[in-house]
Design a protein around this ligand. Structure first.
Ligand code: SAM
Length: 212
């Protein structure tokens, strides 16, 4: 019998600032904030796949007077997490964030949300098959505007898939800007910039299916 993950309870370690999940969150948030500092455009587009309760983006944007520069779409399947993210965004004065209950494994879910200047694949690659990770990485040029940044995470449980993920990203014309893999934790956080030519979204087909 497959035991399905309770994806609302999954977020509970964020309440402990010392948990590995909170450490990972801080790294992701630092990179979101740096990306925002480096981009001076008046309009920027952000998409987050499997966004959960949106702690990363909402946490950063809540403190940013320039948050209105961003057109943000969060894609999240779990209705409870969507509701929690919506409430957090509204509390933070971020009512312009689009939070869609959608299957981020379906390319059709990205219609209207991409091309994006920042793509978050946070908490995705550890929950899908290796083949689905490879397929998703190969599809990223469909989500990316020219010069876009992708922030991604993957646990380094054995066998560590991150060398392959980094190679697949290189093959898809991404340049690595950062890769955090702390010795005392299993998570990793990667930051890659898209140096290739954006591809139009082909909004048909499946990229990935969650395994748990
Ligand atoms: C590991 S959590 C990561 C959440 C968030 N990105 C974070 O790091 O805090 C994975 C999230 O993906 C959601 N999810 C699972 N399958 C999904 C799908 N097919 N499409 C969109 N979201 C999905 C779960 O409900 C869960 O909130």
């Amino acid at each position: 019998m497959t035991v399905r993950t309770d994806w609302q309870a999954w977020h509970e370690p964020y309440a402990d600032a010392n948990s590995p999940l909170s450490r990972r969150l801080r790294l992701v948030q630092q990179h979101i904030a740096s990306w925002l500092d480096e981009r001076s455009e008046e309009r920027l587009t952000v998409v987050s796949a499997c966004a959960g309760q949106g702690h990363d983006l909402i946490g950063v944007l809540a403190a940013r007077p320039d948050a209105r520069r961003l057109r943000v779409t969060l894609l999240e399947y779990d209705a409870g997490n969507v509701a929690t993210a919506r409430a957090a965004a509204d509390r933070a004065g971020l009512s312009h964030l689009v939070i869609r209950q959608a299957d981020a494994g379906q390319l059709s879910s990205y219609a209207g949300a991409v091309p994006a200047d920042l793509v978050l694949m946070v908490g995705v690659f550890g929950n899908i098959s290796d083949a689905d990770v490879e397929r998703s990485v190969a599809a990223l040029p469909q989500f990316c505007a020219a010069g876009a940044t992708v922030i991604w995470t993957r646990a380094r449980r054995t066998p560590d898939l991150t060398p392959a993920v980094r190679r697949w990203l290189r093959d898809a014309a991404f340049v690595e800007e950062a890769f955090h893999a702390p010795d005392d934790a299993r998570f990793s956080v990667g930051v890659h910039r898209f140096a290739g030519t954006p591809r139009p979204l082909d909004a048909t087909g499946t990229l990935f299916t969650f395994l748990r």
